[in-house]
Design a protein around this ligand. Structure first.
Ligand SMILES: *Cc1c(COP(=O)(O)O)cnc(C)c1O
Length: 810
């Protein structure tokens, strides 16, 4: 937008005075921040209304991205950047004696997601708007997001996240757009003159109240909408519940039960628990979202049969898969369509992204729970299942095992992935290797049945948040050197390669990285009173804590290094700081035990004078988008060391690459594609391949004892977990020991250990050659444009959604 500094200053002072009846000198920092936020919101509002009107007027096909999670991070700086007024605002505030960066730190970070899946949804929102696609988000306005993590005596403690304690600046409540969502009760199908109709009795009816957040594109004209629903008790219920009779307790209980639905985000990443409340959350936002979309569609005055020409709905993992049943319900029961028409529309409208092959993450609801909670949806799903079996038996005759593997309701459970696949016209994996595993193994039967539905869409990250916002100096350098064509097409980052032998550019890269590292040094000193060396290698593993991500392998190498240095304090290694950041699901004991181990090891190493500060270990509490924005630009080594075949894509890997880190990785998920881009010389690969892992799992031939017996270093490490080296309590690490000795090392930590140590040595050698290292960084940055979510979204738009960029001027 066009904004002069003087105009901004005038607007800002006015906003501050009108809102808080204070001058800029009197106002508190908090009020200064709020006034800025409100002003920026004003700036966005006009385009927001215009975008919506335009979409309706031109009847553009709209995409709705249904996701349980949107891990947005702070928004103010993104808005400033996308409005292209950050510099003006910064200068204007400085004139008024206010520091923009201080105000930005005051914004709460809404943590409405667990990790990669929710962050992907947020990156996709940004890319959709920035490219000018009519695409919106639909999810839940959790009152409490992902817990805040505190580390106390090395243990993770979970604190309630209360991001709504102060008003959230960016949302607008739309009570007039409330819809009703129905749960439970009994449904009977009765014959009426209009055909068979469902009659409900004894249901619970809940209000779904939308809160809209503007998603502002960097194209400076598109403002799409992220709509999050909050569960509320309908107003009429308040009287009915006996307030007049003085029955307050009943009312309070009821209100509590209803609001519980959007109270809290489940903190489990990559694992599934069949909890009733979770099922209610899923149906709640899916039903609310679909009803809203249908209402809006009615305004277009188009035939319901053309629904999929105007609407596309995307199911982000199986959490919203119940949309298959709910869309059918709306088309059958509310719109009065016949089954075949409704089914045709449903399949054409829906598309599904699979995010995992981990068995423990697969959503399978107990049949009885499903039936009690959403009886009408279960009826419909049973009919979908019956018809599916009929269709498949025609094809496969008596091959019951094939039918059993694919049908939706089986063994007393409702399988959501099967429902999503059968009810969608497109099924995509999130990295090439992941899609191949789906096609050839996990979903092979479905692939044979519907080969045309399967496709790959490799994940991406928005370079606007992860480079321009998080690492502005590097962004400036890349744009300056690679040309303005980069602004609209990150693939042109590749022009940066021209500077591979330019010592000035390499030195600049070095300086930028160093400055970013100094910021982290100051942060760590201030927060943890740990001194770290900005000249050390910053070796970073930040992501959710999970067995398959193998933080344990990383720690084992650190212990190994420690043992080496104890034996030989003269050992010549490049100083290293190992950073971890990771939340563990509160009931995931192994993960929490690994956090304790990291902190115990850190405590011993950081305080051992023999180590002479050659290595340090830092655990960054409460990993989330804000911490990611701090640490990723400072990373030298990006740890992407999951057991091959287990990480569907990963997106942290892409963020580090874009910020000029060298990846240390297994050939898993999108690491494979990073490897293909940068080539053997610019990445360090180690360990089992996914084929090898899958073979070992299939043959059950892996025995960790074979490895242990032949590796005294490993033996020593495992002994140290119970001999008092890292904890006076010798039982302290029993979950980890049980993971190895009891479960037999299911993620092949011991198997990959020596390859990992060797890879780490290689990193050491590579880093010692400063120029060579900087060249590797440059190559990584140059190739990282491929992983912008703009590229992913363009492919979704073309192959799955069939939508075009909207240019309002035309
Ligand atoms: C990118 C991101 C993730 C995903 O990281 P992976 O390494 O791909 O697991 C998780 N959490 C946050 C806060 C992120 O920004």
């Amino acid at each position: 937008m066009n904004l002069t500094k003087n105009q901004f200053k005038e607007d800002y002072v006015k906003r501050l005075t009108l809102t808080f009846a204070q001058t800029t000198t009197e106002a508190s920092l908090e009020h200064k921040y709020l006034a800025l936020g409100k002003l920026i919101r004003d700036y966005i509002s006009e385009s927001w209304a215009e975008t919506n009107n335009y979409y309706t007027k031109k009847k553009c096909k709209q995409i709705y991205y249904f996701s349980m999670e949107f891990l947005l991070g702070r928004l103010l700086n993104s808005y400033l950047l996308n409005l292209n007024i950050r510099d003006v605002v910064k200068d204007g505030l400085r004139d008024l004696g206010i520091d923009l960066d201080t105000l930005l730190e005051l914004e709460p970070d809404p943590a409405l997601g667990n990790g990669g899946l929710g962050r992907l949804a947020a990156c996709f929102m940004d890319s959709l708007a920035s490219l000018g696609f009519p695409g919106h988000g639909c999810g839940i306005r959790f009152k409490h997001g992902l817990f805040n993590q505190k580390i106390i005596n090395g243990y993770q403690k979970e604190l309630l996240n209360n991001w709504l304690k102060e008003d959230f600046l960016w949302e607008i409540k739309k009570p007039e757009k409330t819809v009703t969502v129905r749960f439970g009760g009994v449904v009977n199908l009765v014959n009426t003159p209009n055909g068979i109709e469902p009659v409900y009795s004894g249901c619970e009816e809940i209000d779904a109240v939308p809160y809209d957040i503007p998603i502002l594109g960097s194209n400076m004209e598109t403002v799409n909408t992220l709509r999050l629903f909050s569960a509320e008790l309908p107003e009429e219920e308040i009287d009915l519940n006996g307030l007049q009779k003085g029955d307050y307790q009943k009312f309070i209980d009821k209100k509590f039960a209803v609001e519980a639905i959007s109270q809290i985000l489940y903190p489990d990443d990559s694992s599934f628990q069949g909890k009733l409340l979770r099922l209610k959350q899923e149906y709640f936002f899916v039903s609310a979202g679909l009803q809203t979309i249908l209402k809006r569609y009615k305004k277009l005055k188009e035939s319901i049969h053309k629904f999929s020409d105007f609407v596309g709905i995307h199911i982000n993992d199986t959490h919203p898969a119940i949309a298959v049943g709910e869309l059918m319900r709306l088309l059958l029961d509310e719109e009065g369509l016949d089954w075949d028409s409704a089914w045709d529309i449903t399949v054409k409208t829906l598309a599904y992204t699979n995010h995992t092959i981990l068995a423990e993450a697969m959503e399978k609801w107990p049949y009885d729970m499903f039936k009690k909670t959403v009886p009408r949806i279960l009826m419909i799903i049973e009919e979908i299942d019956r018809r599916f079996c009929e269709e498949v038996s025609k094809k496969y005759e008596e091959d019951y095992s094939k039918i059993d593997s694919m049908r939706i309701i089986y063994n007393g459970e409702v399988r959501m992935a099967n429902l999503a696949i059968i009810g969608s016209h497109s099924i995509n994996g999130v990295a090439k290797i992941h899609t191949e595993i789906l096609k050839n193994r996990e979903l092979h039967d479905f692939y044979l049945l519907y080969p045309e539905r399967f496709n790959n869409k490799t994940n991406g990250i928005t370079h606007r948040r992860w480079l321009k916002n998080a690492n502005p100096e590097l962004y400036k350098l890349v744009i300056e050197k690679s040309g303005p064509e980069c602004l609209n097409d990150t693939n042109k980052f590749i022009n940066f390669l021209k500077y591979i032998n330019d010592d000035n550019v390499l030195q600049t890269l070095d300086k930028i990285k160093f400055k970013n590292k100094e910021k982290v040094v100051a942060f760590v000193k201030n927060k943890y009173n740990i001194d770290i060396n900005p000249f050390s290698i910053f070796d970073v593993q930040v992501k959710r804590l999970h067995g398959y991500k193998r933080q344990l392998l990383n720690v084992f190498n650190i212990i190994y290094l420690y043992n080496q240095l104890k034996q030989n304090p003269e050992l010549d290694i490049v100083p290293r700081t190992f950073f971890f950041g990771a939340k563990a699901a509160p009931s995931y004991y192994l993960a929490k035990n690994i956090i304790k181990l990291i902190n115990s090891v850190a405590n011993v190493i950081n305080n051992d004078p023999d180590i002479r500060n050659k290595i340090k270990v830092v655990f960054l509490e409460n990993y989330g988008v804000s911490i990611a924005e701090l640490i990723i630009p400072a990373g030298d080594v990006s740890e992407q060391i999951s057991t091959a075949s287990k990480e569907a894509s990963g997106t942290g890997n892409m963020k580090f690459m874009m910020n000029g880190a060298v990846t240390l990785a297994t050939l898993d998920g999108a690491n494979v594609e990073i490897y293909d881009e940068v080539g053997d010389n610019n990445i360090v690969i180690f360990g089992l391949t996914s084929q090898e892992v899958m073979d070992l799992e299939k043959n059950r031939t892996y025995n960790f004892r074979d490895i242990l017996n032949s590796n005294p270093d490993l033996q020593k490490i495992l002994t140290q977990l119970s001999d008092g080296t890292f904890s006076e309590n010798k039982e302290e690490f029993k979950d980890i020991l049980n993971h190895i000795y009891g479960e037999g090392d299911p993620y092949f930590v011991l198997k990959d250990f020596s390859a990992y140590v060797e890879a780490q040595n290689k990193i050491n050698t590579l880093y010692e050659n400063r120029r060579g290292w900087l060249q590797m960084c440059l190559v990584n940055i140059a190739h990282s444009g491929k992983f912008s979510s703009d590229n992913s979204i363009r492919k979704y738009a073309e192959d799955i959604w069939h939508i075009k960029e909207v240019k309002r001027g035309e």
